[in-house]
Design a protein around this ligand. Structure first.
Ligand SMILES: Cc1cc2nc3c(=O)[nH]c(=O)nc-3n(C[C@H](O)[C@H](O)[C@H](O)COP(=O)(O)OP(=O)(O)OC[C@H]3O[C@@H](n4cnc5c(N)ncnc54)[C@H](O)[C@@H]3O)c2cc1C
Length: 388
């Protein structure tokens, strides 16, 4: 949507295809980072954007083995907004699409599921989609695969993908919220395990990180045991954990971390999770996908105004975005191995891991995770032209 917005703003004819009839998916996280808010400012959209319901988080805190640890301090970032805005992603996407629709060059097709690529002489020249009213063919100078971690676009193009093993899955569920609940926290860590709570205004979106493949065993132990475990992490949920009275209310999300060797071929560029699936660790995947979109528009918009782009131009997008992606994925893999898979659980008496103690003792250190999470390596700025 961000790539579509920016290219349409530059006067490039754009069609965005979304397979669902709305953007109401709850599995993508809710974080709008300071660097994304900076982009909204650069686009002149920030004031209106901040009128949408959201929570502002200036400091991330974790509860580690029962102790509160301030983990990241965003208040010193060199950005206009020194906070993470928590907003359901559907609000963000609806906002962006409503603005994009003001450009005469922008079209959005909802319920249009891309099922194949159109090929001519080994070049991608468009897509074929299934819609409620039959088949749709869209021909294009460039197809941008932004279809997430189960991308049909990159698989139909046969782009080679490298998988990095992920030892975790996430159980994803809603629990009601009460007025006197504590404020949002990054997560509740206990001896190498983790529960994350996202504040969605009238309910908590809860992510329970489990070792990969263990959902069946958890089910066999029964719902009561699962509820007790959840309460052992987040005690204030005790009075409502019984809401989880059926396994259908608990969704299993399989976590992937992978990356395409080449993010492009003739006529096609993949960005976001389609090029590099991100885990929820650090909550940075949305921001990274947006940064890819901005780099794409910066590097390609002017050329696309004139027609098809060369594969060398697509290579430049990957060259610009690959090392930030590699760095963040390396950080995610580190977090999976060291923080949330039980490796630190041997010493049950250890009240706080060393890194957590450092963050507690030296407030200045909290600026490092804030920069990494809030801005990411190599933050992009809007340089693509505007035609309106
Ligand atoms: C459990 C979990 C929690 C997460 N939490 C966070 C978080 O808090 N913060 C964060 O920054 N990141 C988080 N992430 C990572 C984040 O969700 C992704 O990195 C980010 O959504 C990638 O954005 P994207 O636009 O590339 O793909 P997506 O957000 O997956 O969007 C892809 C879009 O393409 C559509 N689509 C798919 N296939 C087709 C098709 N064939 N035809 C047409 N449309 C199609 C989909 O419906 C979807 O709208 C989380 C990930 C997981 C698994």
């Amino acid at each position: 949507m961000m790539a579509g917005y920016l290219l349409a703003r530059a006067g490039v004819q754009v069609a965005v295809l979304e397979k669902h009839s709305d953007f109401n998916r709850d599995f993508r996280g809710d974080t709008i980072h300071p660097s994304t808010l900076e982009l909204m400012y650069e686009l002149g959209l920030l004031d209106e954007f901040l009128k949408l319901p959201h929570q502002e988080l200036r400091e991330l805190r974790a509860v580690v083995n029962g102790q509160v640890v301030p983990a990241a301090d965003f208040t010193k970032l060199p950005t206009r907004c020194k906070f993470i805005a928590f907003m359901p992603q559907w609000d963000f996407l609806n906002f962006l699409s409503s603005h994009a629709k003001r450009f005469p060059t922008f079209e959005l097709y909802m319920e249009a599921e891309v099922v194949n690529l159109l090929m001519e002489d080994s070049r991608v020249v468009g897509v074929r989609a299934k819609t409620a009213s039959g088949e749709l063919e869209v021909r294009a100078d460039l197809v941008i695969g932004a279809d997430g971690r189960h991308s049909i676009v990159h698989s139909r193009a046969g782009l080679e993908q490298r998988e990095f093993g992920v030892p975790i899955d996430v159980l994803w569920m809603r629990i009601s919220k009460k007025q006197d609940d504590p404020k949002q926290t990054l997560g509740f860590f206990q001896h190498g395990r983790l529960v994350v709570l996202l504040d969605r205004d009238d309910y908590w979106q809860c992510g329970f990180v489990i070792p990969k493949g263990q959902f069946e065993q958890i089910k066999e132990r029964g719902l009561a045991q699962f509820q007790n475990e959840l309460v052992s992490f987040v005690s204030f949920l005790r009075d409502r954990v019984a809401e989880l009275d059926d396994w259908s209310k608990i969704k299993l999300l399989t976590v992937q971390v992978n990356r395409l060797r080449n993010w492009y071929c003739e006529g096609l560029l993949c960005i976001g999770d389609s090029a590099h699936a991100m885990s929820p660790a650090g909550g940075v995947g949305i921001n990274l996908a947006i940064q890819d979109a901005v780099a794409t528009a910066n590097l390609l918009a002017e050329k696309l105004q004139r027609g098809p782009v060369h594969v060398d131009d697509l290579r430049k997008v990957q060259a610009r975005r690959e090392w930030p992606t590699r760095l963040i994925q390396a950080m995610q893999i580190f977090i999976h191995r060291r923080v949330v898979t039980g490796r630190t659980s041997n010493d049950k008496k250890a009240s706080l891991p060393f890194v957590a103690r450092l963050l507690k003792w030296f407030p200045i250190l909290r600026q490092l995770p804030a920069r990494f999470i809030g801005m990411g390596p190599r933050p992009e700025h809007i340089h693509s032209p505007t035609a309106v």
